[in-house]
Design a protein around this ligand. Sequence first.
Ligand SMILES: Cc1ncc(COP(=O)(O)O)c(C=O)c1O
Length: 372
Amino acid sequence: MHAGQVPDPSTGAVITPIYQTSTYVQDALGEHKGFEYARTQNPTRSALEGNLAAIEGGKAAFAFASGMAAEGAVMTLLQAGDHVVVTDNTYGGTYRLFERVLRKYQFDFTYVDTSDLEATRAAFRPTTKMLFVETPTNPVLRLTDLAAVCEIAHSKGAFVVVDNTFASPYVQRPIEFGADIVVHSTTKFLNGHSDSVGGAAIAVREDHIEWLKFVQNAEGAILGPMDAWLVLRGTKTLPLRMERHNANAQILAEYLERHPKVTRVYYPGLPSHPQHELARRQMRGFGGIISFELGSFENARRFLNGVELMALAESLGGVETLISHPASMTHASVPPERRAQIGITEDMVRVSVGIEDADDLLADLSQALDRI
Ligand SMILES: Cc1ncc(COP(=O)(O)O)c(C=O)c1O
């Protein structure tokens, strides 16, 4: 609630103001208050960055215009010829950035099931500089043992980046397991109200911090002050929201697992999830995302068109429940053969469970399932 923020020095305002300014007056030539130009420094953004560094257990944070901008900045820690080992069912936009943009600059990527420690170890090469992990993954909610893969990567001389968007720092704190950098789409649980697009990178190593600070200003993909303020407001209620996301998702997952029209449910909080024990060790609660299968594309289409309270929309992590069809929405940029390989089927539905009354959500699921 408090990290990164002090009452506004000029007025005593309890809430950090939105410093909507592009520049700052200087007292005299060469004399200023530490603020010269708003791409480089902005007090609202600084407050958010201090807050995010604290809640992830990092030393410094940098806020960007989107989750993808944060990832793009982190990738500039590498250079041509470097190799990256990547979780194979990472967010589709991450795959697109790596394959369609960064390959042009002679970066090389190997996609591997990072839940398989032997396969992960075998994917490293002498040129591997980074392990990029997403856990739980989107949308099949597969987990990676963070402590184990961090040990493997560090023993090979590589650093570890974890996309912690799906869990949020309330549920999982990768730096505590050895990660070097955490990235977020703040658009999701951190903001939590579906009214801002943003991203962040949180680091612990001095060389990473120095470079990320430099590149945030040099490339300039900064988070604006209004969005920084919205995310800062969001993080104040993150624990309360996550407790409710966790509780509602558990109720819905158990309901779906019992329903005869649902052929498979993916949720780390179910004892049937193959990595339930790891989830208990690594996460506090099991997060707000559930995926499930309905037997055919036609069933999924009818169900998705039938929901009334839940909103058919991309994105996740808001207070309201959002529902989507990964194969044609979030993962449309992933080629069909790869989608099949990583288990994204045509009948799969993903729910980002909100904080509404659980009975209302169950009633909506029930009436939409009746339409199949
Ligand atoms: C896991 C994950 N990482 C990164 C991103 C990219 O974030 P943004 O949309 O804020 O650029 C997303 C967006 O959906 C995501 O789900």
